[in-house]
Design a protein around this ligand. Structure first.
Ligand code: S7B
Ligand code: ZN
Length: 308
C-alpha cells in the first residue's frame, strides 16, 4: 500500500514553527496524522464560518504542505498538541487513544464566534478563537488540549458525572493530566489566557486561591447544580482535589504520581465517586503499585485539604 503520510511545517498560535504530520492525497496535504500505532488517526478541521453548528467543519489542507497563515495557526496547534497527548498516553501507560482502541481523535478549531471556551463534545474536541482579550485561540495551550482529551479518557473509564463532587473530580483529573503533559508550571491555560497580560492563568494547581478556587474542604462552595451554577461549581471546587494532587506530586514525583492517578481513574473511580472516594481510590492505587510510604503521602495530601 502506498504510504501517503508526509511531514509539513506550520506556525502555531504563539508564532512558533513546528513539524506537523500530514496526509497527501489528490495533490494536496491534509492535517490528518496516520503515523500513530494501531491506526490512531488524528484529524483536524476548521469551522471557517464560525458559528455553533455544522461540526466537524472542513479538513484543513494546503497544497504546499506548509501551514503558516494566520487562519491556520489554531489548527496547527490543535493537531500538533493532540498528537503530543496521544503520545503521552501511549508512551506512559500504553493507552492507544482516549478509548484504548485507537479511536480517531478529531478536533475542530474556530468554533463559534469569539468563543472563550474549549470542550470535549462527547465525540470530538472543539476550540474557540477566544475574544482576543480573555483568550486567544484556545488550542494554543498544550495543557488545554491535554485537559480536553482527558475528559474523553474519563468518559471512557470512570465516567465521573459532570456535577457536584464527581464533576469537580472530572475537572481535576483533566487539570492534573494537563499538568503531567505540560509539567513546566502548575498553571492551566496560561499560554492563551489574557494574551495582553502575561503571567496569569485560568487556574493554578499549586495555589488554587490565586484564581478564586478553594484549596480546602472548609471552603467548598455549594453552588447550584445548574448551568449558571457551573453544575455545582465543577470548575471551582476542583481546586480542592487539584491542591491534593499538587501535594502528592511534590511528595512522590511525577512518575509515581501519574501512575497512581492513571490507575485510580481507570480501575477504581466510578460515575458517582466523591472526594472521599477519590482519596480511597488513590490510596489503593498507591498500595497496588508501590507501598506504605506512597500510601502515606497520598493520605497526608488529602488530610491537608480536609478530605478523609
Ligand atoms: C476554557 C474552558 C471553558 C469552559 C469549560 C472548559 C473545560 O474544558 O472544562 C474550559 O477549558 C478548560 O478549563 C481548560 C483547561 C483550561
Ligand atoms: Zn474541563
Amino acid at each position: 500500500n502506498v504510504v501517503k503520510h508526509a511531514t509539513g511545517t506550520g506556525t502555531g498560535v504563539l508564532g512558533d514553527t513546528k513539524s506537523v504530520n500530514t496526509y497527501y492525497s489528490n495533490n494536496t496535504y491534509y492535517l490528518y496524522d496516520t503515523t500513530k500505532p494501531m491506526s490512531g488517526v488524528i484529524e483536524t478541521f476548521d469551522n471557517y464560518n464560525g458559528g455553533y453548528s455544522s461540526l466537524p467543519g472542513y479538513y484543513v489542507t494546503d497544497s504546499g504542505n506548509t501551514f503558516h497563515a494566520e487562519w491556520q495557526k489554531a489548527a496547527v496547534d490543535a493537531h500538533y498538541y493532540a498528537g503530543e497527548v496521544f503520545d503521552y498516553y501511549y508512551d506512559t501507560f500504553g493507552r492507544v487513544s482516549f478509548d484504548d482502541q485507537g479511536a480517531t481523535i478529531r478536533s475542530t478549531v474556530h468554533y463559534g464566534n469569539n468563543y472563550n471556551n474549549a470542550a470535549w463534545t462527547g465525540n470530538q474536541m472543539i476550540y474557540g478563537d477566544g475574544d482576543g482579550s480573555t483568550f486567544t485561540y484556545l488550542s494554543g495551550a498544550d495543557d488545554i488540549v491535554a485537559h480536553e482529551l482527558t475528559h474523553a479518557v474519563t468518559d471512557r473509564t470512570a465516567q465521573l458525572v459532570y456535577e457536584n463532587q464527581s464533576g469537580a473530580l472530572n475537572e481535576s483529573f483533566s487539570d492534573v493530566f494537563g499538568y503531567f503533559v505540560d509539567s513546566e508550571d502548575w498553571l492551566m491555560g496560561e499560554d492563551v489566557y489574557t494574551p495582553g497580560q502575561p503571567g496569569d492563568a485560568l487556574r493554578s494547581l499549586s495555589d488554587p486561591n490565586a484564581y478564586g478556587q478553594p484549596d480546602h474542604m472548609s471552603e467548598y462552595e455549594n453552588l447550584p447544580n445548574t448551568e449558571e451554577g457551573d453544575w455545582g461549581g465543577v470548575h471551582t471546587n476542583s481546586g480542592i482535589p487539584n491542591k491534593a494532587a499538587y501535594y502528592t506530586i511534590n511528595s512522590l514525583g511525577i512518575t509515581k504520581a501519574e501512575n497512581i492517578y492513571y490507575r485510580a481513574l481507570t480501575v477504581y473511580l466510578t460515575p458517582n465517586s466523591d472526594f472521599s472516594d477519590a482519596r480511597a481510590a488513590l490510596e489503593q492505587s498507591a498500595q497496588d503499585l508501590y507501598g506504605t510510604t506512597e500510601v502515606n503521602a497520598v493520605s497526608q495530601a488529602w488530610d491537608d485539604v480536609g478530605v478523609y
